[in-house]
Design a protein around this ligand. Structure first.
Ligand code: MG
Length: 182
């Protein structure tokens, strides 16, 4: 089994970092529970380009990016007992080096690091199982026979689950589900 594991929103709390920088720059606080849209930056009157710059800035401060869960290393290790775990991440190229440093710092072990440029879709890269928080990927994969374990976040709460799009609240739950399938 090949498992494609997302970084932002699943392993790394990028949104937390974005909220922090946004507060520093504008003095305005965003409550994460209010981020109920994937393209929430539109609500903040940001252009896509401004948002991408903010992403890059957030990952320049990679040492401050918090993990989503405390026991990441262990959870990913458990996943790798079930299948081959690749990091599957879509992001600006300028952030890759810092993301790799972050993964190393948090002892996240993986087989390979697959980068998906912003203009592509992760669905174009074949995995048996994707662990991801993207509502867009949920839409794309729902039409396939591949499985998405949708990592629950406020911005995907409205995604309809189905046979191959299953909501998980933690990596532990993802491990359990995959173990049950085997
Ligand atoms: Mg993500």
């Amino acid at each position: 089994m090949r498992i494609g594991l997302d970084v932002d929103g699943v392993l790394a709390d990028l949104v937390g970092m974005i909220i922090k920088i946004y507060r520093e720059e504008t003095g305005l606080s965003i409550d994460r529970s209010h981020i109920t849209e994937w393209e929430f930056w539109k609500k903040l009157s940001m252009t896509r380009q401004q948002f991408i710059s903010l992403l890059i800035k957030a990952w320049e401060r990679w040492e401050e990016v918090e993990p989503v869960e405390d026991d990441l290393a262990e959870d990913v290790e458990d996943l790798s007992k079930i299948g081959r775990v690749d990091i599957l991440t879509q992001r600006p190229a300028a952030t890759i080096v810092n993301v790799k440093k972050w993964l190393k710092r948090h002892n996240v072990r993986y087989s390979s690091f697959t980068w998906v440029p912003l203009k592509m879709s992760k669905a174009d890269i074949f995995y048996d199982v994707y662990i991801d928080d993207s509502p867009r990927l949920a839409e794309k994969l729902s039409l396939t026979d591949r499985t998405l374990l949708l990592y629950e976040q406020p911005w995907n709460i409205n995604v309809k689950t189905r046979k191959n799009v299953i909501r998980v609240k933690s990596l532990d739950e993802a491990v359990q589900l995959l173990n049950d399938v085997l």
